[in-house]
Design a protein around this ligand. Structure first.
Ligand SMILES: [Zn+2]
Length: 200
């Protein structure tokens, strides 16, 4: 096996080598504690020559930081949330958008803080669940924190309404109450209108 370098106690960036771990095949493995709290088992060369310096959290932070500088992307593709945001604006403000007639054409607008600021939109509605679609509870009202949510369209309509009270629908994370007029929500009445796919 040759000479084994004992890495126990050594530090590689955020990683602290706790102890040797069982070999994987012929590879000598080390249990590492990351400063973020996660533990990861890595082979010797990952630490000494491949330059691993965290459990993966460092890289995640880096890509997250980079992706938020221009819009919101995964690789080179805009995220679902970013696309929903730009489609929403198109429906409301771009007369050439095929769905402008059912939104902007009817006087529907986008909440002022969202219109110019994707980050504000994301903060209020949160990330979409898988397959989620941005919907409004009441299609006669604007795109605003108290009217938008992520809907999972795979659920059949009847099933959906039965489940809705059990938390199948995703509600906006936070609502800056002060800046929106509070309207006594016609809760179930508004729900029926959503079935016409106007705001998809
Ligand atoms: Zn970490």
């Amino acid at each position: 096996m040759g000479s084994l370098t004992d890495l126990t106690g050594r530090r590689f960036g955020r990683l602290h080598v706790v102890r040797r771990a069982p070999n994987q095949g012929r590879r000598v493995m080390w249990l590492c504690q990351c400063t973020c709290g996660h533990r990861k088992t890595l082979a010797t060369d990952y630490l000494t020559s491949k330059g691993y310096r965290s459990c993966g959290c460092l890289r995640n932070e880096f890509t997250r930081k980079r992706s938020t500088t221009h819009g919101d992307t995964i690789g080179r593709h805009p995220t679902k949330e970013y696309r929903a945001w730009s489609h929403m604006k198109g429906r409301c403000y771009n007369p050439t958008d095929p769905r402008y007639g059912s939104c902007g054409g009817r006087g529907i607008t986008v909440y002022a803080a969202w219109r110019k600021d994707f980050a504000a939109f994301l903060r209020d509605v949160g990330r979409s669940p898988p397959n989620g679609m941005l919907k409004r509870r009441d299609i006669d009202r604007d795109y605003a924190p108290d009217n938008c949510f992520w809907e999972i369209p795979s659920q059949s309509v009847s099933h959906r309404w039965r489940k809705s009270s059990a938390g199948a629908r995703f509600r906006p994370a936070k609502r800056p109450r002060s800046s929106i007029e509070t309207i006594a929500a016609p809760a179930r009445a508004g729900a029926r209108k959503e079935r016409c796919r106007a705001n998809g």
